[in-house]
Design a protein around this ligand. Sequence first.
Ligand code: ADP
Ligand code: MG
Length: 317
Amino acid sequence: MGEFELIRKHFLPVAQTVPAAALVLGPGDDCAIQRVPAQHELVFSIDTMVEGVHFPNSYPADRLAWRALAAAASDLAAMGADPVCFTLAVTLPAAEEPWLSAFSRGLAAASQAFGLALAGGDTTRGPLTVTLQVHGVVPVGQALRRDGAQAGDLICVSGTLGDAGAALDYLATDEPTPDQSAVLARYHRPRPRLALGRSLIGRASAAIDVSDGLLADLQHLLDASAVGATVEPSKIPLSPALRHLKGEQALRYALYTGDDYELCVTLAPANWQALPDREREALTVIGTVESARGLRLQGDTGAAGDTGGFDHFRRDS
Ligand code: ADP
Ligand code: MG
């Protein structure tokens, strides 16, 4: 199968699955064309996933496609952007029909789920690598950025944390228990918080998605905003499955492991009070932004910036 036949068979059909009025021209020409509505800005981000680095060797192709698009879409969610379209650069060791069909299937499902239309791409031969650029739009000046947190703001996270990190321990398990299946689903099928991100526009002062681990990602937000924070570990939302599987260790997964693609946002207390029920129910308050730099865990005796009693939990990877 030649390059163009491969594209026509496995990628062009994906482009048909999501109607995108803002996509003036999709795959097939030298460039795609995206219309940006008046009074809006284009928000875009690129992510690369390399086999053996960002996903396990021989990882199923449909899951790979979903995870790659979910990870990229999560960056749009963190900006409060409306998803529009994406381009896909895929490097393949060989044109294997079953692999390509599965990849195409996973990509179409994710594309539909996240409302991101395939606008074009590039197909090359080499070690398995998937690069996605996602495009979204936000009203001018309204994007949720990392640098807007103010002392006194509440720190919130969506959903529960630590499940995807715990799932790494069970990727090779043949017959996972229901709890193991629950955390594995978080790893294989992450659901970026696109609707929540959009609804936090004009309400949240700053936002970031949790891809590397809560403490690491929150620290990025605090640094960008030139502030510090105290987080209450007892308030960090943990799933029942994670508690059952990891017991006393559950918190360390929530603090230090990534891939959950939840949002971590800061909000002035008045904006938290005024949140619609749906958004408030999706979020848990875990701490407060402070003017003193550093990230403190309540109950710690350590100095500013020291994660004290939790340090021995830290993973080296
Ligand atoms: P060019 O040489 O002009 O860069 P290509 O030969 O790379 O064009 O691609 C031809 C067309 O097919 C382009 O419109 C491109 O966007 C599209 N395309 C190539 N690979 C993919 C892919 N993996 N997914 C979607 N569209 C693709
Ligand atoms: Mg090209």
